[in-house]
Design a protein around this ligand. Structure first.
Ligand code: NAD
Length: 347
């Protein structure tokens, strides 16, 4: 049995992590939960049949020695908590955004071991049968060269949504819809079109009383020559997540909102047959993560793969704030946007 602990007994932990863990109960056992709010963590443990409730991460790590920790706290706590878990020898599955800067990412990477423990990020939309089918068709060259993509996160968040103190501030959430919402869609885009090289962008605060952007838009060039447009909005009354991939031989489209099944995909290609329906979601990713744990191998969406997605967010902000194209290769220590997503600028 893989011994699992959950840190942060809030919305995503109860709504998505616990059902995913329940579906893996044959090989993963939740041994403890942690929250700074004692009443909340005790109620969480009672509801989910978890034996040990803790209010301190350090005490939990020492007492329970978990194999894997799910970090489900607000973003500004992630880097510190992830590093503590790795130092205690536990693998980590951390909610997005993994951390608030590339500098924090590199500190996390340095705390991983060469053969584990590893830290993987929750990007659950990489893992449904539709995305896997598209990646395999593309890898086999069945669709021709990838040429053009559109990646639209058109979501709506009313003003009240931003009353939560950690939301929409550079030092606590790391950004607006680029870091917190559209990141799911462009992570999926990157998992399909591969390495990105250059980004141009705009970001704005159009309609919400936030510190971070409520809209950003970018144009991205990939190493394989393909180009994509990326829209991240929290102001769109008819909500949709839309991805469109144009290859030499076919177009593939995905229309969903917060998760997809095979029915949400379509293609002009007769080869489009995604097979058994495995919807995207926390369970789809957790199953792959536990497979990697059992084999002792680096899990997907960790290391360079996870850095690429955060680099695109950093590059988008750097391009938006400076009004200049940003090359991915520039985003090294010493770059003005390496230590924070806004590079010290305000909108
Ligand atoms: N993958 C997704 O689709 C998805 C969806 C929603 C939220 N999220 C992410 O999940 C994370 C949590 O979001 P949420 O909506 O569940 O927030 P939430 O506020 O509902 O839950 C966070 C919990 O962390 C607890 N907490 C605060 N400080 C703590 C500490 N020092 N130690 C332990 N616990 C502490 C809080 O008391 C709270 O119970 C965020 O990073 C968010 O971006 C991901």
């Amino acid at each position: 049995m893989i011994r699992v602990a959950v840190v942060g007994a809030g919305g995503i932990a109860g709504g998505c992590h616990m059902p995913a863990l329940q579906a893996e109960a044959h090989r993963a056992q939740v041994v403890a939960a942690v929250d700074v709010d004692g009443d909340k963590v005790r109620a969480f443990c009672a509801e989910h049949g978890i034996p040990a409730a803790h209010t301190s991460l350090e005490e939990m790590l020492a007492a329970e020695r978990p194999d894997l920790v799910h970090v489900c706290t607000p973003p500004f706590l992630h880097a510190r908590q992830v590093i503590r878990c790795l130092e205690a020898g536990a693998w980590v599955w951390c909610e997005k955004p993994l951390c608030l800067s590339l500098a924090e990412f590199d500190e996390i990477a340095a705390a991983e071991g060469a053969a584990g423990p590893y830290c993987s990020v929750v990007f659950q939309h990489r893992f449904g049968s539709g995305a896997e089918h598209l990646r395999s068709l593309q890898a086999a060259g069945k669709l021709g060269r990838p040429l053009v993509a559109q990646c639209v996160t058109a979501w709506y968040r009313a003003p009240e949504y931003f009353a939560v103190p950690w939301r929409a501030r550079w030092t606590t959430e790391g950004g607006g819809p680029t870091m917190g919402h559209g990141i799911h869609q462009f992570d999926l885009l990157l998992s399909i079109f591969g390495e990105w090289e250059e980004v141009r962008a705009m970001a704005g605060r159009l309609a919400r009383d936030t510190e971070t952007e409520d809209v950003s838009m970018a144009i991205v060039r990939f190493a394989n020559g393909a180009m994509a447009s990326v829209t991240n909005s929290l102001l769109s009354r008819r909500e949709e997540s839309y991805l469109r991939f144009d290859y030499e031989e076919a177009t593939v489209e995905l229309r969903h909102l917060y998760g997809y099944a095979n029915e949400h995909w379509s293609s002009t290609s007769e080869l489009w047959q995604p097979g058994e329906d495995r919807p995207s979601g926390h369970h789809a990713q957790l199953a792959v993560l536990l497979d990697a744990f059992e084999r002792g191998e680096r899990p997907p969406v960790s290391g360079a793969q996870a850095r690429s997605t955060l680099e695109l967010a950093a590059g988008l902000y750097a391009a938006a704030f400076t009004g200049r194209p940003v090359l991915r290769a520039e985003l090294t220590p010493g770059h003005p946007f390496y230590r924070s997503m806004n590079g010290g600028h305000s909108l």
